[in-house]
Design a protein around this ligand. Structure first.
Ligand SMILES: [Zn+2]
Length: 243
């Protein structure tokens, strides 16, 4: 499968990185997209120019995509000012078509940051537009609407999972990939009081506790037409009795 994860910022994909590792293991191709340039993410040292932080974060997210053997796109909107524009909707739709997306992951529509919410809304629209044959760009329209799942909210607030992925066996690798976001390890320690590794240890353990495994990532399926699907897209394991 072709899996595309779209976040507002370089590090938002961390909510699904254990799942992405499992997708790679089953042969999937991964694409990571950031809508913003991430230029406000230097709170650990506000003297660093915005352009420099943006360059660092794009480099870090490129490294994450490379660690997963995938592609990375940055759509370049200004961090903390993401807007639902015709240009960005079209670009998201074009990327989903170019990458022949089967499965799309994005931020939930009630997350803490409007950048996340607007990104989720634009992705929701772009997923549908992938198959609209009267809207044409370079890449051909898809023949099947990709399945769409929302990643966990920041802190888990207001997020009701419909699906869990057991990431216990790849959790150590997930932490290594989290640490590739070196600037955001420092940024979030300043902004949130935790770094990305600490955050994953707590939230993935909690989601694991909910579904009786050690570590898990939580997702919420978007079931509005034509995104609903009768097929299994997430790398979920078989019941132990069926192995
Ligand atoms: Zn973010």
């Amino acid at each position: 499968m072709n899996v595309v994860v779209v976040g507002a910022h370089q590090d938002d994909e961390m909510s699904s990185v254990g799942t992405l590792i499992k997708c790679v293991a089953r042969g999937d191709k991964i694409t990571i997209v950031s809508v913003s340039n991430g230029d406000k993410g230097g709170q650990f040292d506000p003297s660093i120019p915005h352009e420099e932080i943006s360059r660092i974060r794009i480099g870090e997210c490129t490294a994450v995509a490379q660690a997963l053997g995938g592609n990375y796109y940055c759509l370049g909107q200004e961090d903390e000012y993401i807007a639902d524009t015709r240009e960005t909707r079209d670009r998201l739709t074009e990327i989903l078509r170019m990458e022949k997306a089967d499965l799309v992951l994005t931020s939930p529509l009630n997350d803490y940051n409007p950048d996340h919410i607007i990104t989720g809304e634009m992705v929701y629209h772009a997923v549908m537009l992938t198959t609209v044959r009267t809207m044409t760009w370079e890449a051909a329209p898809l023949t099947r609407t990709p399945a769409m799942y929302y990643m966990d909210s920041t802190g888990g607030f207001g997020f009701e999972p419909t699906d869990f992925v057991d990431i216990s066996d790849v959790f150590a690798r997930k932490l290594e990939i989290c640490a590739l976001h070196k600037s955001q390890m420092a940024n979030m320690a300043t902004f949130g009081g935790w770094d990305l590794v600490t955050y994953a240890k707590v939230t993935n353990r909690y989601r694991g506790l909910q579904c009786y495994v050690e570590y898990a990532e939580a997702f919420h399926a978007e079931m509005r037409w034509p995104r609903a699907t009768p097929y299994e897209y997430l790398p979920k394991g078989k019941h132990p009795d069926l192995r």
